[in-house]
Structures are given as structure tokens and as C-alpha cells.
Design a binder for this molecule. Structure first.
Ligand code: SF4
Length: 346
């Protein structure tokens, strides 16, 4: 028996052509497309303005491989974590982070991750596969519905900071963003989307060449090569001078400020030398720094630095006119905080 195709792999044009080939009107393709993308239909049955006969015909030819929220947890601070089941039974996680002024979705781009950041729980899961564009889109749509349900307003921001390195699933991430930003999808402005990479120079240049309109963040964590490659061993292959060069290229093409994500760990990057190296790196192109509170994963190698070190970072960066924000951790009690996504349920 041949496997049925996922109807959402079809473009709008292909869908219109399919209906014409079935002796129906091309317009029917538009209606079905709207159900699939603006209305996030989970089944053909949901498509109530399509005749029963046509729905049956679609059922005979296609499937809708929609993700299912398998398990949902709410933190005492309002953060929501979804364990999302994919059509092949694999699980990824996505998180809804509410603040007073906005709700942000943190979504995954891969099942597991092929990189090896030592501080990250996801790195302990081996990379199984890339998510397809629909699976990325569905995570956002599910969180949008939860945002409406719990906070009475639509999702306002999206960050690709969940499981996986988004730029190692480049095409699918970009296709998903196209759907998320399209008026026929969720209509979210690309300015409200941030793709966060561990810093792959070649792919950063590709983003610049593709003239993307969303924001770029880089998990920097150290501006000293030896330290960075201790924390993120893969980065030995991508020294900071290459990263710097790719970011200069990005800025020259996009004129868009980069955000550096930075965690300060005790005994690792809490020295004055580390701060001065970061200040120097920040001078290359317009940027801002997010100092992120760390959430220890089970072993004790990485521990949040003390408050004095954080204060030193803030004052020295500010003295050098560098914008710095401190990002308090959210959803710690449900393992939903940064670097904690590892498919644990309790
Ligand atoms: S921090 Fe990001 S890139 Fe590094 S291992 Fe974790 S998920 Fe992968």
C-alpha cells in the first residue's frame, strides 16, 4: 500500500492544480489552504465549508501530519511547556513565556541536537532528525492558541532557542518562518522573530545573502577562543575571528543589530579578562548583550556566577555604551528554562 502524502507539503499553487485535475475549481485549493494554514485544521473533518464528498476524496488521497501536544506543564510563574509528539512518535519541546507586555514562544528546530554545548541538556539527546517546516509551524500555532486561552492575547514574539541548532536545519526553518509571517499563515512580523544560533559563520553569511528580515542572536558565552571551545567544543572548528567576520558581513548586508546571548558561570567566564574580551567583541558591529540566568542541569560543572560578577559585567558593558539586559530565568520548576529542554516529564 502506498503511503499517503502529507497535504501540507503542497504549495498553494499545487493544491489549486490538484483540484483542477480532479475536475473541481482552483478556488477550492485556496479554501483548503486557508484551513490548513490560517485555521490550523487538524483533520479534513474540520473543513466545514468543504462538501462531505470533497473531504472524503481528500481523506482518500492525503493525510494531515499535525503535531499533537502530548503533555503540557504550567509553571508557577505562568510559563507553559509543551511536549509535542510528531507523526513518527518522536517528541520535541516548546515553551510559552508570558510577561506583562508580551508572550513569547520558544520553539525547537531539531529532535535533539548534533552540537555538543557542555552546559545544555538537549546536547545529551543525540540528534535524531530535523523538523520539517510544518512541525515548526505547528509548535508556534499551538502556543498561539495557548496564549489566547491563558492570556487572552495572541502570541507576540518567537525565538528559535528550543532544541536544536536552527541553522543546521536552514531550509526548513526559513520555510516555516515564511508561513509564520505570511498573512495566509499567522501573519506575525519577522521583526518579532529571533533565530538564535550557536554561531556557524558560513550559515550566518547565508542568512545575510538571503536578506532575511528576522533578528539574529548568537550564543556567545565567551569572547576568548580557548574558553569558548571548552564550553562549546564544536566551536574549535569556528574560531572567533571567523564568527566576527561573518557578523560584520551580516551587518553590512542587513544593518540589523545582533544580540549576543551570554551566561556567566563561576570560574569559567567571570573574570575581568572575560569581560574585557566581550567588550572588545561587542565593538565590531552594533549589538546588545543578553545576560541569561543559568539553570544548572544535573551535574555541578556549570554554576551560575555570583551577583558581583554579573554586576561587573553590567557596569563595564554600560560604561562602554553597550546595551545589556539581564534575562531572568522562567519555568525553572518545569525544566522549561534555557538549556533545560531534554524531554523530561516531571
Ligand atoms: S545550546 Fe543549542 S546548539 Fe548547543 S547543544 Fe544545546 S540545543 Fe544544541
Amino acid at each position: 500500500m502506498s503511503e499517503k502524502k502529507d497535504i501540507r507539503a503542497l504549495t498553494k499553487t499545487e493544491l489549486r492544480e490538484f483540484f483542477v485535475s480532479e475536475g473541481d475549481k482552483a478556488f477550492r485549493g485556496n479554501q483548503v489552504y486557508e484551513w490548513l494554514w490560517s485555521k490550523s485544521a487538524h483533520s479534513f473533518e474540520d473543513m466545514t465549508n468543504i462538501s462531505l464528498e470533497t473531504r472524503k476524496m481528500l481523506e482518500d488521497n492525503f493525510v494531515i501530519n499535525h503535531i499533537k501536544v502530548d503533555h503540557m506543564q504550567r509553571s508557577s510563574d505562568g510559563t507553559v511547556k509543551n511536549a509535542v509528539k510528531l507523526h513518527d512518535g518522536l517528541i520535541v519541546e516548546s515553551v510559552l513565556i508570558p510577561t506583562e507586555s508580551r508572550t513569547t514562544a520558544c520553539v525547537s528546530s531539531q529532535v535533539g541536537c548534533s552540537l555538543d554545548c557542555n552546559f545544555c541538556a538537549t546536547a545529551r539527546l543525540k540528534k535524531m532528525r530535523n523538523l520539517n517546516p510544518d512541525e515548526i509551524f505547528d509548535q508556534v500555532a499551538a502556543i498561539n492558541q495557548e496564549s489566547l486561552l491563558y492570556y487572552n492575547h495572541k502570541l507576540s514574539n518567537i525565538v528559535f532557542m528550543g532544541m536544536g541548532e536552527p541553522l543546521m536545519n536552514y531550509n526548513n526553518v526559513l520555510k516555516a518562518i515564511e508561513k509564520i509571517t505570511s498573512p495566509e499563515g499567522l501573519g506575525i512580523s519577522p521583526r518579532r522573530i529571533t533565530v538564535s544560533t550557536s554561531g556557524l559563520p558560513k550559515m550566518i553569511k547565508k542568512l545575510a545573502d538571503d536578506e532575511v528580515k528576522f533578528n539574529l542572536a548568537v550564543s556567545l558565552h565567551s569572547a576568548i577562543d580557548e574558553v569558548r571551545s571548552e564550553i562549546m567544543p564544536f566551536s574549535k572548528a569556528f574560531p572567533l575571528k571567523d564568527l566576527k567576520e561573518s557578523l560584520e558581513y551580516w551587518y553590512a548586508k542587513t544593518e540589523s543589530r545582533v544580540t549576543y546571548e551570554y551566561v556567566v558561570w563561576k570560574g569559567i567566564n567571570d573574570s575581568k579578562e572575560a569581560i574585557n574580551a566581550l567588550v572588545k567583541f561587542c565593538k565590531y558591529i552594533p549589538c546588545k548583550v543578553n545576560l541569561i540566568e543559568y539553570n544548572p542541569i544535573d551535574d555541578g560543572d556549570f554554576q551560575q556566577a555570583n551577583q558581583q560578577a554579573i554586576s561587573d559585567y553590567i557596569s563595564i558593558l554600560e560604561m562602554n555604551d553597550i546595551i545589556v539586559n539581564v534575562r531572568r530565568s522562567r519555568g525553572k520548576d518545569i525544566d522549561a528554562a534555557c538549556g533545560q529542554l531534554a524531554n523530561k516529564k516531571s
